[in-house]
Design a protein around this ligand. Sequence first.
Ligand SMILES: Nc1nc2c(ncn2[C@@H]2O[C@H](COP(=O)(O)OP(=O)(O)OP(=O)(O)O)[C@@H](O)[C@H]2O)c(=O)[nH]1
Length: 395
Amino acid sequence: MKLAMIGFGQAGGKIVDKFVEYDRQRNSDIVRAAVAVNSAKADLLGLENIPKDQRVLIGQSRVKGHGVGADNELGAEIAEEDIDEVQGAIDSIPVHEVDAFLVVSGLGGGTGSGGAPVLAKHLKRIYTEPVYGLGILPGSDEGGIYTLNAARSFQTFVREVDNLLVFDNDAWRKTGESVQGGYDEINQEIVNRFGVLFGAGEVKDGQEVAESVVDSSEIINTLAGGGVSTVGYASEGVEPRENKSSGLLSRLTGGDEPDDNLDTAHTTNRITSLVRKAALGRLTLPCEIEGAERALLVLAGPPEHLNRKGIERGRKWIEEQTGSMEVRGGDYPIPGAGKVASVILLSGVTNVPRIKELQQVAIEAQDNIEEIRQESDSNLENLINDDEDELESLF
Ligand SMILES: Nc1nc2c(ncn2[C@@H]2O[C@H](COP(=O)(O)OP(=O)(O)OP(=O)(O)O)[C@@H](O)[C@H]2O)c(=O)[nH]1
């Protein structure tokens, strides 16, 4: 699937930056265009892979390049005021070559939390391509304002996008380690999971790969209908090998020549076990998989380690577990890969404890809204008055 990715705020920018690197390293073709939008100049300067002319600084007249200090109402205001500047960068994207937009943002801060839903709404008004969000929930130790921002931003973002993919920092924090210290690993996890999912069927022109059965329309159909999505992942190292069952035909028939029987059974069992591990292990947003409206199973790896029987069994098992009648499945052959990975996209999930918790926070926050506003105002003052912090110009 070819995406135009827009990272809003610091987390969004860093994650899109990593996606560009992932795409380059694997010679895949997921990121057709990458844009970073921020109100903090330093965050834009810190990016490594997004082209400089695709980094947009907004709100300069209001916050002087210092960020909005977790004030997401201000984040939303400056996004609206400067939407033309963002559109200027998007204008250079060959939109006819992209399957969808992906707006990536941390929901706990100010710039991305407030701005990402504004941008999603704008994109939906202008383009016919689907607009998806990738929202990052804050760790529960980050403080009241972050949780409240996330609660509010989540509600708006999910309404403005065609589907909101969610990653919960809180569930991924390592014991004894603050989320702050663990972002590199967390971001790599995000990019690996969504990279395999969006990469299914996408290879650069001229690269020789057998036809994949997963294509972008299957991802789009799984995400259609809206709501919240989560992604499961599991992988196992394998030895790539040259053998006669590596052709497309034997993959499609399950490679059932007599002397392949043992191998086939082993491959099938590995696939079904990876499907279970992906669904029952840690999801990007932990939730009950029962009740998910739609799902997509992608098995990625060297073609000789994939077979239709395993994928079909895995798909059926997901049908039973979710109770959904709309479970798609397919393979993503990567010749020479050192592992087989199972990725499950669960779309339209409803039984999500973290979201219920956030909704509760939003309700309770109405009672101490003044206190929270003060926390955010003083954050902002500190940032803007910080005159020592002279930054070199961006371009
Ligand atoms: N996974 C991940 N989460 C991050 C990262 N950086 C920040 N976050 C999360 O995203 C939330 C928002 O932080 P930022 O992206 O820094 O905020 P911002 O949108 O730039 O807004 P302001 O800094 O308030 O102007 C935080 O509360 C964290 O939970 C990152 O690199 N990876």
